[in-house]
Ligand binder design. Structure first.
Ligand code: FMN
Length: 136
């Protein structure tokens, strides 16, 4: 089966609440294992970055669902590619909340990433983390 990896960024709705984030994670933890989707969601208070991995159809369908979600806007696909193995095999949706400046965020993301993440994916995530706008 073809596996696909899709990475997007988006802007969180202004004044998005902790409850909204909890609801998003609840949906992810319920739906993603059923759809065979894994990945990581990164949130810095103002913007999201998410990597979705799974079958091509599951990932494309989820991306269309996410694009329509009113809790964020400016949904922008940064990378999509076919992959031979998952970088996030064990997570239905890992979650990282960045709170400090971009450097601390990058460092934390790098530390938290699975060792198995291929360099190419790691570099994309590093670049995207650096370009995530920081909420002030
Ligand atoms: C930034 C962001 C990331 C999301 N990630 C996921 C996800 O990985 N899986 C998922 O099922 N829903 C995710 N959602 C929520 C979906 O847009 C949608 O609300 C949900 O899948 C609906 O399913 P439910 O009725 O079971 O909650 C996300 C929403 C946002 C705003």
């Amino acid at each position: 089966m073809e596996l696909k990896s899709l990475t997007y960024t988006s802007w969180a709705r202004p004044r998005i609440s902790d409850g909204d984030i909890e609801a998003i994670l609840r949906s992810s933890h319920t739906n993603n294992p059923l759809e065979g989707i894994g990945g990581v969601l990164i949130f810095n208070g103002g913007a999201f970055m998410q990597v979705l991995e799974g079958s091509e159809k599951a990932v494309d369908d989820m991306a269309e669902r996410l694009r329509a979600d009113k809790r964020h806007s400016n949904f922008f696909i940064r990378d999509e590619r076919l992959i031979s193995e998952r970088a996030f095999p064990d997570w239905s949706m890992a979650y990282l909340r960045l709170k400090d400046d971009e450097f601390v965020g990058e460092d934390r993301v790098q530390r938290a990433l699975a060792r198995a993440v291929p360099d190419a994916t790691r570099n994309i995530i590093r670049a995207l983390t650096q370009s995530l706008p920081v909420a002030r």
